[in-house]
Design a protein around this ligand. Structure first.
Ligand SMILES: NC(=O)c1ccc[n+]([C@@H]2O[C@H](COP(=O)([O-])OP(=O)(O)OC[C@H]3O[C@@H](n4cnc5c(N)ncnc54)[C@H](OP(=O)(O)O)[C@@H]3O)[C@@H](O)[C@H]2O)c1
Length: 281
């Protein structure tokens, strides 16, 4: 029984491989990656696998029974890329696909949602058993910019009073590993999010507490926040996307209190304070 992991050289994929190696025989794992040389340190078989090269994908999936399709990071290209992978999986006789989607992909106002929803519909059509991991926000999406906020003396955003139930990337990776190495998950759609929900004001409060200095939260209209990000060197398209996602957060699109993620991993999700601490050290 072989399990293939796409995106295994990415941040989430590396953690999934690490967690899977603790649960199954590493010889049963195959990293399906754009650059196999980057996967050498994973300690598992690696095969070349580029979502944009459809004719190469089915041969690369030979002998793969279970497939974790980690969504690509080229926003706007992903529906076509994921279609290539799913069609190849059909040709290669893959028996189960686990896909990393987005929290409430079918109703979320985040600009990221339509590509995930389209991929989910493709999976439904294939007839291959599948499991959808609708991953909520990574806490790292916010903690990555905290050092800059401390330096600037304020945290900016557009999320208003929206509650964000983020979890650490590692929590989602562990859930993927539990599902892939477990049983009874076929046909399930899991909405995954952190146990704790916080507003950006509360995040700024946690940062203030940890650095011992007041870091206020400045809530800005979406366009103004995007402009601020551009002035800080973020490319315009990405800045607009980040600001739009915050607007989604303001509508509670990143909120979820189901605690399915902590149930799957059998422990509480990583507390916000821990993620903030590790980002600021
Ligand atoms: N829920 C959230 O908050 C959140 C945040 C960010 C991203 N995401 C989604 O979750 C995914 C995993 O997150 P991450 O943090 O691991 O992102 P990441 O570090 O950017 O990893 C993305 C992975 O996708 C692979 N990839 C991209 N295009 C590909 C292609 N054409 N063919 C084959 N592989 C391709 C990359 O390959 P290389 O290693 O060769 O670059 C990389 O391994 C992202 O791709 C994105 O869809 C979710």
């Amino acid at each position: 029984m072989k399990t293939g992991i796409t995106g295994a050289t990415g941040q989430l994929g590396r953690l999934v491989v690490e967690k899977l190696k603790q649960r199954v025989n590493p010889d049963s794992l195959v990293a399906l990656v754009r650059a196999p040389e980057k996967a050498a340190d994973l300690g598992i078989e690696a095969r070349a696998f580029d979502y944009t090269l459809p004719e190469t994908l089915a041969p690369a999936l030979a002998g793969i029974d279970h497939l974790l399709l980690i969504s690509g990071n080229e926003v706007g290209q992903r529906e076509a890329q994921h279609r290539n992978v799913i069609e190849a999986a059909q040709k290669a006789g893959v028996k189960w696909i686990v896909y990393t989607s987005l929290l409430r992909a079918d109703s979320s106002s985040l600009s990221l949602a339509p590509e995930h929803a389209a991929t989910e519909r493709l999976l439904e059509k294939t007839g291959i058993p599948y499991t959808i991991l609708r991953n909520g926000w990574y806490t790292e999406n916010y903690t990555g910019s905290l050092a800059g906020a401390v330096q600037a003396g304020a945290l900016a955003g557009s999320a208003g009073d929206g509650k964000i139930s983020s979890a650490a990337r590692e929590d989602y990776a562990e859930a993927a590993a539990m599902v892939l190495s477990g049983e009874g998950h076929a046909g399930k759609v899991y909405e995954l999010a952190g146990d704790e929900a916080y507003t950006l004001k509360e995040l700024a409060g946690e940062v203030s507490k940890q650095v011992g200095k007041e870091i206020p939260y400045n809530n800005l209209p979406e366009a103004e926040y995007a402009q601020l990000l551009v002035s800080l060197g973020v490319p315009e398209g990405f800045a607009q996307a980040i600001a739009q996602w915050d607007t989604g957060a303001s509508k509670n699109d990143l909120f979820d209190d189901s605690k399915v993620l902590s149930m799957l991993i059998g422990r509480p999700t990583t507390p916000l304070g821990v993620s903030v601490k590790s980002a600021l050290k």
